[in-house]
Ligand binder design. Structure first.
Ligand code: THU
Length: 165
């Protein structure tokens, strides 16, 4: 028997950074500042990310490109890798992202790529804690409650008998 299953999710959209709560605003400003540290000579698309850990610590990341293109890494994964490597056990609770080109910050917020969605989802799964995602643009700012909203039905080892330790 065929069943149709529906998925939907809600996210918040803001027009002004001043409308965000203090923590979200601080995290987004941190991501915006870190975009200046991107190494993006090939795309000239400079992305900054900021991860907030449960302790309140903020860890930044940027995209770091490479002449061998697939070796480059996105800002979101740089930030999450830095956080996990330097602050083991301090769980990521929020991630902000902003990107700029030669015209300044993008109007529409940058949206994490599929690889990054998968990596954010793994952090959520291993820590059993959602990561709030804050995507900043000049025209609008989006806040998404969890990476699994951005990657429904995602691949998880737990679905196949694996238990995170
Ligand atoms: N990029 C990110 O760092 N994060 C995103 O969410 C989208 C794309 C980077 C990858 C590459 O260095 C450049 O932006 C252009 O795709």
């Amino acid at each position: 028997m065929i069943k149709t299953k529906n998925l939907s999710f809600s996210y918040l959209e803001y027009e002004e950074i001043e409308e965000l709560n203090d923590d979200d605003r601080e995290l987004l400003i941190s991501a915006m500042k870190s975009a200046a540290n991107a190494y993006a000579p090939y795309s000239e698309f400079m992305v900054g990310a900021a991860v907030r850990l449960e302790s309140g610590t903020i860890v930044n990341g940027t995209n770091i490109e490479n002449g061998a293109f697939p070796s480059g890494i996105c800002a979101e994964r740089s930030a999450l890798a830095g956080a996990a490597s330097n602050h083991p056990g301090d769980v990521p609770v929020a991630l902000a992202v902003a990107a700029k080109n030669s015209n300044g910050f993008t109007g529409d917020p940058v949206s994490p790529c599929g690889n990054c969605r998968q990596v954010i989802s793994e952090e959520e799964n291993r820590n059993h804690k959602p990561v709030r995602i804050i995507l900043g643009g000049k025209r609008n700012i989006r806040i998404i409650n969890t990476a699994s909203d951005l990657l429904p039905l995602c691949f998880k080892m737990e679905s196949h008998g694996f238990t995170h330790r």
